[in-house]
Design a protein around this ligand. Structure first.
Ligand code: ZN
Length: 332
């Protein structure tokens, strides 16, 4: 459980242990603060066959297996059919029928509606019936970042739990423990308005885009379509370490490909860098990989990082060009 959700979780767990969980709970809180994690953790505690002393799901029983696979028949997750669209009345009616049936595991039935404010008027009206006549041992969890957009009739029939956004120090500490650098953490935390999970999601999305760009740049520099000095300029800064680490991993994948005939697992690496394995021998790739490792070790040592990057990328640009193409041209 995320550290900042601990208090909310304790509250829910106490209610669970004392058998006074409501039939319907509206979990309010900003996007990216962990409402869904809290709901799933609670569902786990209710559905697991042997939760531990703290109330956490055991992670080993059959029920936990189904939960992890997303196939537990007593956990119903209701979301719009498409992101950004409404939750429709048919979905709520189906939910009503599913909750009316006996539970598969002989324990609770749990439904998570997310985001609850996505229910259109008819759906919300239909949900009222379920809220007014709840089946035994059912827990409805409504998650919402905008509870004000839910009809008052729905809100008033739910107990409410507000999940607070953690303070900056706590959020920073967690994001750093997730491996993000201090500067990156500050930037994304601000963009995400303090919500740690949203901040991590944004950082990961940007990181994936950057990885694709670095791969493309290497292919371009290596085949003479991009000036290595331009690339070096681009690589310097916050993401330099990450960029060099990617490059080194790709080189190692290419070396394995050449030596053991095992192509890299990432299809775009195969597509973009295949030409280099055809023309470069393993010694050259080992050599470059070593130099990248040294460059990584030298970071922060006062060495001019611009020069280090230029040196590496120029070497990459100077690797032998594809000989096959030259031969064909020469034969003409
Ligand atoms: Zn379990």
């Amino acid at each position: 459980m995320y550290t900042w959700l601990e208090a909310s979780w304790q509250q829910l767990n106490q209610a669970r242990l004392q058998d006074r969980l409501p039939h319907a709970l509206l979990i309010r809180g900003q996007d990216g603060v962990g409402k869904q994690a809290l709901a799933l953790h609670t569902a786990g505690a209710l559905l697991c066959e042997q939760p531990d002393a703290e109330g956490n799901a055991c992670g080993r029983c059959a029920a936990c297996g189904w939960l992890q696979a997303g196939t537990h028949p007593d956990l119903i997750r209701l979301e719009p059919a498409e992101a950004g669209k409404a939750i429709k009345v048919d979905q709520i009616r189906e939910l009503g029928s599913a909750l009316a049936m006996t539970s598969h595991g002989g324990r609770h039935k749990v439904a998570i509606i997310r985001p609850a404010e996505a229910m259109n008027v008819n759906a919300a009206n239909s949900l009222l019936k379920t809220l007014e006549e709840p089946a035994a041992d059912t827990l409805l969890l409504l998650l919402s970042a905008a509870p004000g957009r839910l009809p008052a009739t729905v809100r008033s029939r739910c107990q409410q739990l507000a999940v607070a956004t953690p303070d900056t120090a706590q959020a920073r500490q967690w994001l750093q423990s997730e491996g993000l650098g201090a500067d990156t953490v500050l930037r994304y935390l601000e963009l995400a308005d303090g919500a740690p999970l949203r901040a991590r999601e944004m950082a990961e999305a940007d990181s994936a885009a950057l990885r694709d760009q670095r791969l493309e740049q290497l292919a371009a520099v290596g085949s003479g379509r991009m000036d290595p000095l331009q690339a070096a300029k681009d690589w310097q800064g916050d993401a330099q370490r990450q960029s060099l680490e990617w490059w080194r991993l790709w080189l190692q994948a290419l070396i394995r490909w050449k030596l053991a005939d095992r192509p890299p697992q990432e299809p775009d690496v195969v597509q973009k860098l295949q030409q280099f394995t055809e023309r470069v021998d393993c010694c050259q790739m080992f050599d470059l990989s070593d130099r990248i490792a040294k460059a990584l070790n030298s970071m922060g040592s006062g060495l001019n990082q611009q020069l280090v990057l230029e040196d590496l990328l120029i070497s990459w640009a100077r690797l032998p060009k594809r000989t096959g193409a030259r031969t064909r041209a020469g034969n003409r």
